[in-house]
Design a binder for this molecule. Structure first.
Ligand SMILES: N[C@@H](CSCCS(N)(=O)=O)C(=O)O
Ligand SMILES: [Mn+2]
Ligand SMILES: [Mn+2]
Ligand SMILES: [Mn+2]
Length: 309
């Protein structure tokens, strides 16, 4: 699906409005400072970094009178930022490049996936996460919109609200999405997942079958000839592996399981978009932050084809 020679356009969105913890907006800068762009060039990719988008989002993130609509926190900021994200990602893919989005919190998935779906309506979505991020404005308890992007993409009840519905139309079908790594799902989210028959591989499945078999099943569900959007929340990894993230949950993916997921997807040659989100360099100690940033870089390299041999 990508024109050759392969070029990757990197978007860094310093956005934290989908959740309450400061620092996740420092994720993009930390990943770039760690040398990610040079690392991707070293893999042979033509790399472009959109620093203008990074600065624009800092402004879009500040919205007046952004007190919640219903229970939602900062809906105006989340909507304004993601409207821009969708346009940026779609434009990158119109140019035949792969889009790599560095977060920032996972509410950015609303924009990145909407952008991919404009260019590739048939795209599949692989959501690697400890959480399902499928709460709606009506089911959320926290009001944090980083727990809701998938419901907006599906157009579930309660998501057809301004300002989101000004720019976002439902663009994802339940059969388009596959989850890997789930282990902290709210009761109302479980009901949604079951009612929609969404494909879910929890940590229990990873334990039972091993990551190799799980990926065979994930890719069989996706199908061999479909563009793939990978949205990777680093909290899918075990907190001992990626400690600096806002909502850590014990019992996560090992370093190798996380990388194998990405390697197996990269191997298909069908990857058109990657999100690496929820890296929060302000959390825990400096060593933990450096470790988490380094893993964000290595997952990005794996997505762009870096292999062990
Ligand atoms: N389900 C919870 C937690 S959501 C965690 C969001 S993320 N993007 O996975 O960190 C909620 O809705 O607040
Ligand atoms: Mn998430
Ligand atoms: Mn998560
Ligand atoms: Mn999180």
């Amino acid at each position: 699906f990508l024109s050759k020679p392969a070029s990757v356009e990197v978007l860094g969105y310093p956005f934290s409005g989908g959740q309450p913890r400061g620092g996740v907006d420092e994720g993009p800068e930390a990943l770039v400072k760690a040398g990610l762009l040079d690392q991707l060039s070293a893999l042979g990719w033509e790399v472009k970094f959109n620093s203008q988008a990074m600065n624009d989002v800092r402004e879009l993130a500040v919205q007046e009178h952004d007190s919640g609509i219903g229970k939602m926190h900062k809906p105006l900021a989340v909507s304004a930022v993601n409207e821009r994200v969708a346009a940026d990602v779609a434009a990158i893919q119109e140019r035949g490049a792969l889009s790599l989005t560095l977060g920032g919190d996972h509410s950015l998935g609303m924009g990145t996936v909407a952008g991919t779906k404009r260019r590739f309506p048939e795209a599949a979505l692989i959501w690697v996460d400890a959480h399902a991020d499928i709460n709606t404005p009506l089911t959320t308890d926290s009001g944090n919109l980083h727990g809701c992007p998938v419901s907006f993409l599906l157009g579930l009840e309660g998501t057809d609200v301004p300002p989101f519905n000004v720019w976002l139309q439902p663009c994802l079908r339940p059969e388009d999405i596959v989850y890997i790594g789930l282990r902290d799902i709210d009761d109302k989210e479980k009901r949604i997942l079951r009612e929609l028959g969404i494909k879910v591989f929890t940590m229990h499945d990873v334990d039972a079958h091993g990551i190799g078999r799980v990926m065979e099943r994930v890719l069989a569900h996706v199908g061999a000839a479909r563009p793939i959007h990978l949205s990777f929340d680093v909290d899918a990894l075990d907190p001992t592996v990626a400690p600096s993230t806002g909502t850590p949950v014990r019992g996560g993916l090992t370093f190798r399981e996380g990388h194998y997921i990405v390697e197996a997807i990269a191997e298909t040659g069908n990857l058109v978009a990657v999100d690496i989100v929820e890296v929060n360099p302000a959390l825990e100690d400096e060593a933990s932050a450096a470790q988490t940033v380094a893993i964000g870089c290595s997952l990005s390299r794996a997505a762009l084809g870096e292999t062990l041999f």
